[in-house]
Design a protein around this ligand. Structure first.
Ligand SMILES: Cc1cc2nc3c(=O)[nH]c(=O)nc-3n(C[C@H](O)[C@H](O)[C@H](O)COP(=O)(O)OP(=O)(O)OC[C@H]3O[C@@H](n4cnc5c(N)ncnc54)[C@H](O)[C@@H]3O)c2cc1C
Length: 464
């Protein structure tokens, strides 16, 4: 990474849409600007507000960081999003918080485990307040099954159960007859086996986001919290005196930060960071890539019985690597079966992975692919055709923030200690959210971390 202290105090990342010249008077906390009236575009008079922490991105990562700061510190928080919270990957999430596909000792193991414990404590705390976690979060302890269908997978699952037990988790290897007892609607033959984790849970992304938003808003009246939705962040502002980034600029507002700025912009984090820093001669390439996913939601499809959350054993490799079907140049489409029933009784089946840039269009061929794959596991579904379900189906599409080394990026930007990144959780952002939020907040507050943050450090993407 190159850090050169350029005298630029302001960078407008979208010069083509906004042609304003700004002068930033740091000491007076005011902004003056002159604009070219012909090209003003969507710019409104800029209001200037000041917070301790400004968070960019209101997906599950940004939202839970805000929640943690509001609960565990007395700092004030601004949450900014170019859109609204469920517009990103978060809104597409299936909501499983499972350990069955996680490998003890792997890069995200400790963080995921810690995070699941925090989710369970969170659900418990709601219960203690007389609230029902099922209603508030769509919380269900269904247990998870990682299902194998070959001898090789069965061996893998046996080894995995042993490893999970050694790591201290409750996990059971199910023979085909045990598996059939657990899931009568699953196609079980002599080679079908599973790893069963009875303590795994799931949540509903939309309910959980709504709950957290509501809880965060309770701090608004004390002046500790404000939301800036539908406001894309356009640039950072740097202080004249020490070169530190001390404000975030949207079209409408200048949000000063006294303590920290957190970029939690999911798959947009790489471009955003590059745009924000380009004119400073400061290059930081966060190689996060959008990995598109389709998930099928079948409303009230109660003729299929599902007692647990299910995932095919092949998911482990699909999530970790790029896909197996590389015929479509660079797209790397892969589909692996996941099935859950959400709090509202809807069957959620997924999911696909592919690299097609930032495109989020519905692709019927991918939906059919998922349908076919899931039908191989649940013969009952084969009696239905997708077109029969058109009235009761929804397709969720989201862009997972994929990191080539399989680990999220969490930590301060070297050389800019008040700017933090928390992004790149790929298919595990819901699962890792509370652990990530705790990690970021501990860093901001200078508290010791509960989980080693070194594997997630920003500098690893610079040193590559
Ligand atoms: C089909 C599918 C199923 C999944 N299932 C699961 C699951 O079961 N369990 C699990 O743990 N994970 C799951 N995931 C993964 C999970 O959804 C993601 O890891 C997680 O949502 C990432 O959260 P995030 O906050 O980092 O990103 P996002 O939710 O994408 O949020 C980023 C936010 O940043 C905002 N933003 C971007 N640019 C700007 C800007 N310039 N200014 C302001 N704001 C900006 C965006 O509008 C967006 O709201 C699934 C994903 C998909 C696609």
């Amino acid at each position: 990474m190159m850090i050169s202290s350029s005298p630029t105090t302001f960078f407008n990342s979208h010069n083509n849409t906004l042609s304003s010249t700004f002068t930033h008077h740091h000491h007076h906390h005011s902004i003056s600007f002159s604009s070219n009236k012909n090209k003003v575009g969507p710019f409104c008079a800029s209001a200037s507000r000041s917070f301790d922490v400004v968070i960019v991105g209101a997906g599950v990562i940004g939202l839970t960081i805000a929640q943690q700061l509001l609960k565990d510190s007395d700092l004030s928080v601004a949450l900014v999003d170019k859109d609204i919270p469920c517009s990103g990957a978060t809104g597409a999430g299936q909501g499983y918080l499972w350990m069955s596909h996680k490998t003890p000792g792997s890069a995200t193991w400790d963080l995921t485990w810690r995070s699941h414990r925090l989710w369970k404590m969170f659900a418990e705390s709601l219960r203690e307040q007389g609230l029902n976690p099922l209603v508030e979060l769509g919380w269900k302890k269904t247990g998870s099954l990682l299902v194998g269908r070959s001898r090789a997978e069965s061996d893998m699952l046996k080894g995995r159960v042993k490893q999970l037990n050694e790591a201290g988790l409750k996990a059971e290897y199910l023979s085909s007859s045990d598996l059939f007892k657990q899931e009568p609607d699953l196609l079980v033959d002599e080679d079908s086996t599973a790893a069963f984790l009875p303590d795994d849970c799931q949540l509903d992304a939309h309910l959980t986001v709504a709950h957290i938003e509501k809880a965060n808003r309770n701090f608004a009246s004390e002046g500790r919290y404000a939301e800036f939705y539908n406001e894309p962040v356009k640039c950072f502002i740097r202080s004249d005196s020490n070169g530190e980034v001390n404000a975030v600029q949207t079209f409408k507002n200048t949000l000063h930060s006294k303590k920290a700025i957190v970029v939690a912009a999911g798959c947009w984090t790489g471009c955003l960071i590059q745009d924000l820093f380009r004119n400073w001669g400061f290059e930081l390439d966060v190689p996060v890539k959008p990995r598109k996913g389709h998930l099928l939601e079948l409303q009230n499809l109660n003729f299929l019985q599902l007692n647990h959350g299910l995932m095919e054993a092949g998911y482990v490799d699909h999530a970790a690597m790029s896909g197996l079907e590389s015929s479509d140049h660079g797209r790397d489409l892969s589909v692996s079966m996941t099935a859950t029933i959400d709090a509202g009784g809807n069957l959620l089946i997924g999911s696909s992975r592919e690299f097609v840039g930032f495109n989020t269009d519905l692709d019927e061929s991918v939906v059919s692919h998922i349908w076919k794959r899931v039908g191989e596991f649940f013969p009952k579904l084969k009696t239905l055709s997708l077109s029969d379900l058109s009235a009761s189906r929804k397709v969720r599409i989201g862009l997972r923030p994929y990191m080539p080394d399989g680990k999220p990026v969490i930590g301060p930007v070297p050389g800019l200690k008040n700017v933090y990144i928390a992004a790149g959780h790929e298919g595990g952002g819901l699962s890792m959210a509370l652990g990530t939020a705790e990690m970021v907040v501990d860093m901001i507050l200078g508290s010791p971390g509960k989980v080693d943050s070194a594997p997630y450090a920003v500098h690893r993407v610079i040193d590559q």
